[in-house]
Design a protein around this ligand. Structure first.
Ligand SMILES: [Zn+2]
Length: 126
């Protein structure tokens, strides 16, 4: 569990978004590129005017794995974890259902809203 006292201030806008059900990423004002994790400069153009925006949550499964060993106390294996490339560009890890595969379009939403315990869940999208 991560509490406010131990929360990295750089990530505070991201976790505020989680509490609102948003997947927030940084957007560069100069070139429009999106990035995550947050940085003080744009990875594409070195611009330093970055703002937090809410991503669509839509993306494509880039890679996928089934976890068979207990790793998290309240998450019993087996479960599937995917690396999803959002349409905005950044990639996020999240839980996925059994009926999606690499290359499938998915939509993500948060399960929970607290730093350290909230998890992204991606489901098939049309
Ligand atoms: Zn840029």
């Amino acid at each position: 569990m991560i509490d406010a006292a131990t929360l990295d201030p750089t990530m505070r806008p991201f976790w505020e978004g989680v509490r609102l059900g948003e997947i927030r990423v940084q957007r560069c004002a100069a070139c429009g590129s999106h990035q995550f994790y947050p940085r003080p400069f744009c990875l594409r153009c070195d611009g330093t005017t970055l703002a937090w925006v809410s991503a669509s949550g839509l993306g494509v499964i880039h890679s996928l794995v089934t976890v068979h060993l207990p790793v998290i106390d309240d998450l019993a294996p087996p479960y599937r974890v995917a690396l999803v490339e959002l349409v905005e560009g950044p990639r996020f890890l999240g839980l996925v259902a059994a009926d999606v595969e690499i290359g499938d379009r998915v939509s993500g939403r948060w399960l929970g809203s607290e730093p350290g315990t909230a998890r992204l869940r991606f489901e098939a999208a049309p």
